[in-house]
Design a protein around this ligand. Structure first.
Ligand code: PRX
Length: 669
């Protein structure tokens, strides 16, 4: 990892539009709305309570937000650090907590999911409906040979079956591994292999940008790559498109799930039983299978969902725009909201189909009161113009959330004014796949917010900003963001690789969790996130590894060497820019540079997925390297961001940067 480069990330902060500096300065403050200040779920005394005894605080939350089959008697066990257990002698079932207990409490008629398909079809699932659907799916998975402990891969569009499948797995204690539908067959294959999945749940396709996009062919291609542990592929018919079929292996959802019994008894599991694996990019080419277990994860997902969004389950309509392929979709679509008995919207498609007002029409139609989305989406909507939101009644909105990347103050202000009507507080929530749930965020009824800052660790969470010597930096200074105490929804490890878990997160600073983000403390001690300090990029809130994309590029026969950097991008936060050296004898060496770039972009899409396609690929004669052979990405980032190239004196050959500058005629893709 290139820790030494951290100040570079300050450039990743978006510069405000000239003239707005004053408006957007750190002095700008927004007090909580008076009604929230008096009626919010979370009050400021939560901080003191949690600080007095963190494990006791979380134990009390675990009792309040969850129903336990067997009550736990212990809270945190940190004696085998950094391997934690929480509530370890307790037993519970995640699906029972998310569904059945609400029906038992008399809320069976409450809407759990308002589904809106991209073509405009809709489906409403009450908690009683969900109980029947999840039970049927659990019976069907069992009939397909899935037992407690077996892994199930899920490769689905954003349709109710995605949530139903996750809960059906949880119901039988089979950890799910959801793979985002935008990942390629190859990426899916490596995840199926790593988790040794027994069944893959997929769909013929889904609707995106006004058309049916196929999904099942990628599963077929993945399973053709070599032997796997997969016995069955369970296929939802969503689009009705023609689908190749492998008899004996493939089964239709409507044939085996819809006909299964709707009675099923949830399997109580130990609090530390694996709930899911979710793969995320790290600093090496191989994605990490982040492991989350049941009791601690659900406690923090539900606690944060209740308090950070001030959820009132009887009256709110909540909408998180994330796909279940990401951690936000796990914690704040499937688990947090349903464990809290919320009513939520799930939307299948893109925000600009059939037009750029689609999101605002959904908010108007369902009277959404809590919206949780990513800065990249806010910036796109900002670019499209206020006429789209202005054409709809958004007065139902009362809390707005942001997640996935730093929100630039300008986007924050637009969200506040144009979407929130200057009424709805914004909660800028910092967390990660690894943290499982929100860690740093304002509380909507108690925190005076500042545009662009996630501000304060939640009650029960201990975070700090430290320097290279592990010393806490003074207010007004920057450094590395760390978490100094264990928390209930922390990852329990990396699937099959305990050493990598210790190395990646707990070795840089002894006994302290290193998040990989740069941050600064302002004069009040509030935390401002500055972006990643390692080789991880954040493109449209999606996490991508520079090394993984470099490996994809060099796997193409034309490429001799590749270096990838994340360059600041107005809309996507960062964009992937690749520098490649071609083999002298490769066909590509005699082709025009834009043709080479197009072919290599397509190759990256095939190996990883379309989300990883470089915005720009530059064919260069050399790469800047230190005498020890390390690529100096800092200099390449200067080139990609059109800056004067910084200090190049440590290069083995200082003329390399001139060579690169001379060859920069490649057009943008
Ligand atoms: O760099 C931080 C950024 O997203 C990273 C985690 O990515 P992922 O595991 O994909 O989870 C994204 C959704 C939780 C972090 O290391 N990040 C996330 N939220 C914020 C953020 N950066 C700044 N501000 C945030 N609110």
């Amino acid at each position: 990892m290139m820790y030494g480069e951290w100040p570079v990330t300050e450039q990743q902060q978006h510069a405000p539009t000239p003239g707005l500096e004053n408006l957007l300065s750190e002095e700008r403050r927004f007090s909580p709305p008076p009604d929230l200040a008096t009626h919010a779920n979370a009050t400021s005394d939560l901080y003191a309570w949690a600080n007095a005894d963190r494990p006791a605080f979380w134990a009390e939350q675990a009792r309040q937000v969850l129903t336990w089959d067997k009550p736990f008697t212990q809270s945190l066990d940190w004696s085998n650090a950094p391997f934690a257990t929480w509530f370890a002698d307790g037993e519970l079932n995640a699906a029972y907590n998310a569904v059945d207990r609400h029906v038992e409490a008399g809320h069976g008629d409450r809407v759990a999911i308002h589904f809106e398909g991209e073509p405009g079809d809709t489906r409403t699932l009450t908690y009683a409906d969900l109980q029947r659907e999840v039970s049927r799916a659990a019976n069907a998975l069992t009939a397909l040979g899935v037992s407690t402990g077996d892994r199930v891969a899920v490769y689905l569009p954003m349709i109710p079956e995605a949530v139903i499948t996750m809960l059906a797995c949880a119901r039988i204690g089979a950890p799910h591994s959801v793979v985002f539908g935008g990942f390629s067959a190859e990426a899916l294959y490596s995840r199926i292999l790593d988790a040794e999945a027994k069944v893959v749940v997929t769909a013929d396709g889904g609707f995106r940008r006004g058309a049916a996009a196929a999904l099942k062919p990628a599963v077929d291609e993945a399973l053709d790559k070599g032997p796997t542990t997969v016995n069955h592929v369970l296929v939802v018919r969503r689009t009705g498109q023609d689908t190749a079929w492998t008899p004996g292996r493939d089964v239709w959802w409507h044939e085996v799930v819809d006909t299964a019994s709707d009675q099923h008894t949830p399997v109580p599991v130990n609090a530390e039983h694996p709930l899911f694996i979710l793969y995320t990019s790290g600093t090496t080419g191989k994605p990490k299978g982040i492991l989350h277990t049941t009791g601690g994860y659900l406690t923090q997902a539900a606690f944060t969902h209740l308090n950070v969004f001030d959820l009132k389950p009887e009256t709110d309509v909540y909408w998180c725009t994330a796909d279940v392929g990401w951690i936000t979709g796990h914690s704040y679509v499937t688990y947090g909201p349903l464990v809290n008995g919320a009513t939520q919207v799930i939307y299948e498609g893109t925000p600009d189909t059939p037009d750029r007002g689609r999101w605002w029409s959904i908010i108007d139609k369902y009277k959404v009161s809590i919206l949780y989305t990513a800065p990249t989406a806010i910036r796109s909507c900002m670019k499209w113009g206020e006429q789209w939101p202005d054409a709809h009644d958004l007065s139902s909105l009362r809390v707005l959330g942001s997640v996935g990347e730093p929100i630039n103050p300008e986007a924050w202000m637009w969200y506040h004014r144009t979407i929130g009507g200057e009424r709805a507080p914004i909660v800028d929530t910092w967390w990660q796949t690894e943290t499982g749930a929100i860690m740093i965020s304002p509380l909507p009824g108690g925190t005076t917010t500042k545009p662009g800052s996630a501000q304060v660790p939640l009650p029960g969470i201990a975070a700090d900003v430290i320097d290279d010597e592990t010393v806490s930096v003074p207010n007004g200074s920057g450094g590395y963001l760390v978490l100094t105490e264990p928390w209930p929804s922390m990852l329990r490890g990396i699937w099959g690789d305990p050493d990598r878990y210790v190395d990646t997160y707990w070795s840089r600073f002894k006994g302290i969790y290193f998040a990989g983000d740069g941050a600064k403390k302002d004069e009040d001690g509030d935390i401002w996130l500055l972006g990643r300090v390692d080789d991880v990029m954040n493109v449209s809130g999606h996490r991508l590894s520079t090394t993984e994309i470099e490996s994809a590029l060099v796997s193409h026969e034309w490429v001799a060497e590749a270096a990838v950097v994340g360059a600041t991008d107005e809309t996507t936060g960062q964009a992937v820019v690749a520098f490649v050296i071609l083999r002298g004898d490769a066909t590509g060496a005699s082709l025009p540079a834009d043709e080479v770039a197009a072919q290599l972009r397509a190759h990256v899409a095939k190996v990883i997925g379309p989300i990883a396609k470089p915005r720009q690929i530059l064919v260069v004669p050399e790469l800047p390297k230190t005498r020890s052979g390390k690529i100096m990405r800092r200099l390449l980032r200067d080139v990609a961001e059109h800056r004067v190239v910084g200090d190049a004196t440590t290069l083995a050959d200082s003329s390399v940067m001139d060579l690169i500058a001379a060859g920069l005629a490649t057009p943008k893709a």
